[in-house]
Design a protein around this ligand. Structure first.
Ligand code: NAG
Ligand code: NAG
Ligand code: NAG
Ligand code: NAG
Length: 195
């Protein structure tokens, strides 16, 4: 018994009888790790599986960081292969990749045709459609002269989030350097880089 309680991830996988094929996902979790500064969005109070599902329904998502103690979920726009130098040791976190999970976990959203900047939401009471696509993020800013290496740990590209940027070498900067992702899915740039 004691052994089981010291392995809560195993316990969860046993308690999810509807999805017999979850074991590959659980067996490939990277405990004590997370991917840094590649955030789309973060969520409080989600279970680990709900965190994985949030990634599955968000087209841009490639991986998740999850903090068990705080039920805190982060969904990332890169994975540890594409952003190798941002893959960190971090006690308390678990890192997991989207590809390791069955896409059927997303239910009706597993067949959605949402765009790269959208997330699929289930519609419970609608008769004609079982899901809808809603904006998820502003994308990765690509304004000329922008240097994104000053982004902070909590920065994210999701709606209503912000990131900190500076101007690349050789450009002169005006503005605070804050970029806000607006509800229409477009960045508000409080920075001008002239060069
Ligand atoms: C990581 O992301 C890349 C690019 O989207 C993808 O090709 C790759 O299959 C992903 N997973 C792994 C384990 O590399
Ligand atoms: C998704 O589409 C496939 C093939 O079109 C179908 O077999 C499957 O049942 C669909 N899944 C859902 C959840 O609608
Ligand atoms: C971006 O900023 C970092 C330091 O914040 C600096 O080391 C790097 O050279 C800059 N890159 C460019 C292209 O300006
Ligand atoms: C979302 O992505 C689609 C397709 O890539 C693009 O046409 C659209 O302009 C984007 N929306 C916003 C608000 O950026």
């Amino acid at each position: 018994m004691l052994l089981v309680f010291r392995c809560p991830w195993f316990l969860i996988s046993v308690l999810v009888p509807c999805f017999g094929n979850l074991q590959p996902g659980f067996s490939r979790l990277q405990r004590g790790h997370r991917l840094d500064r590649k955030l789309i969005q973060s969520f409080q109070g989600l279970s680990f599986l709900d965190c994985v599902i949030e990634c599955l329904v968000t087209r841009r998502c490639k991986s998740v960081n999850y903090c068990k103690g705080a039920n805190f979920c982060e969904i990332n726009y890169e994975n540890k292969t594409t952003a190798d130098n941002k893959y960190m040791d971090n006690a308390g976190f678990v890192y997991s990749e989207k590809e390791h999970w069955p896409k059927e976990l997303a239910g009706a959203c597993s067949n959605s045709t949402c765009e790269i900047n959208q997330t699929c939401k289930h519609k419970r009471y609608s008769e004609d459609k079982f899901f809808e696509c809603v904006l998820s993020d502003c994308g990765i800013p690509d304004q000329k002269g922008l240097n994104l290496s000053s982004i902070k740990r909590e920065d994210a590209i999701g709606l209503h989030r912000r990131i900190h940027a500076s101007c690349a070498d050789g450009y002169s900067q005006s503005g605070s350097g804050r970029l806000n992702c607006q509800s229409n899915g477009e960045w508000k740039y409080n920075i001008v880089c002239e060069g």
